[in-house]
Design a binder for this molecule. Structure first.
Ligand code: HEC
Ligand code: HEC
Length: 217
């Protein structure tokens, strides 16, 4: 009986630990080799033939949807994997079902070559302080430590955040805040989004967000 309890107990622990893992992607040697083997031109062709361009546009910047342009290839690969592994939710889950590792590496190589729209750098002093100083009182690190001096992204899972569509940017921050998006390793973004106020998120969207499209007559 005691043995059974132990076995059952460890089974419970194992299953809960698995459920809590935010991502199955580790940037080990094998994964880095897969990403490195990505072919940007193949990615470009696949984005057209698999209709990714319908939402993300040919230049990757999207119209109203999320911009995928200019992210580090490692970041794109992780997102596609996370959608496929059921670690990130949303419309993309259906789109990635059939993708092979090679497809995902090709998309990553392609999107990484596309330039992002530059952020408008609005949002005033409130945004500038959060971007470059953070707020030690709330243990808030500056965005630039992880996302780069100009929001251009960095190593591995460090996303580019400049030139993102404003609405999409706000939705991403809210998703981290509300635990609707939980694929960030070590909860790094969730911990940050949770302590930011709505006003601060708005200011950051004004800072990093892409210029709005001109309305067509
Ligand atoms: C129906 C519209 C639609 C189509 C088609 C689509 N996407 Fe997406 N994609 C989205 C939306 C919306 C998001 C933002 C996440 C969310 O809200 O679910 C997203 C997010 C992403 C992300 C993560 C971006 C980030 O900054 O985190 C990547 C990468 C991506 N899509 C690649 C692709 C690829 C590759 C294809 C084609 C195989 C594709 N998408 C097809 C709508 C679409
Ligand atoms: C401790 C490091 C760290 C800091 C500081 C940080 N972030 Fe992040 N952020 C991340 C990581 C890691 C991800 C990618 C999570 C994942 O794997 O999907 C991310 C993702 C994001 C995304 C989603 C990008 C996309 O395309 O889906 C946004 C938006 C974002 N961060 C904004 C910010 C802002 C604004 C700040 C400053 C207030 C900030 N981050 C500070 C680590 C950080």
């Amino acid at each position: 009986m005691k043995l059974l309890t132990i076995i059952f107990g460890s089974f419970l622990i194992i299953t809960t630990v698995q459920a809590d893992v935010s991502s199955l992607v580790a940037f080990d040697k094998d994964t880095r080799a897969i990403i490195k083997a990505g072919d940007a031109l193949q990615g470009k062709e696949k984005a057209a033939s698999m209709k990714c361009n319908k939402c993300h546009a040919e230049n990757g910047q999207g119209d109203d949807d999320v911009s995928v342009a200019g992210h580090p290839a490692t970041y794109i690969y992780k997102q596609l994997k996370d959608f496929q592994d059921g670690k990130r939710d949303g419309v993309m889950r259906k789109k990635v079902k059939q993708l092979t590792n090679q497809d995902m590496a090709d998309f990553s190589a392609w999107y990484a070559t596309l330039p992002f729209a530059k952020g408008t750098e609005g949002g005033g002093q409130l945004a500038i302080d959060l971007v470059y100083k953070g707020d030690p009182k709330r243990m808030l690190k500056p965005c630039s430590t992880c996302h780069g001096q100009n929001g251009e992204g960095g190593k591995y899972d460090s996303a580019a955040i400049t030139g993102q569509n404003k609405e999409a940017f706000i939705e991403m921050m809210e998703a981290f805040k509300e635990n609707d998006r939980t694929n960030d390793i070590y909860s790094r973004m969730r911990l940050i989004a949770k302590v930011l106020t709505e006003k601060e998120i708005q200011a950051l969207a004004e800072y990093y967000g892409a210029p709005e499209e001109e309305e067509e007559e």
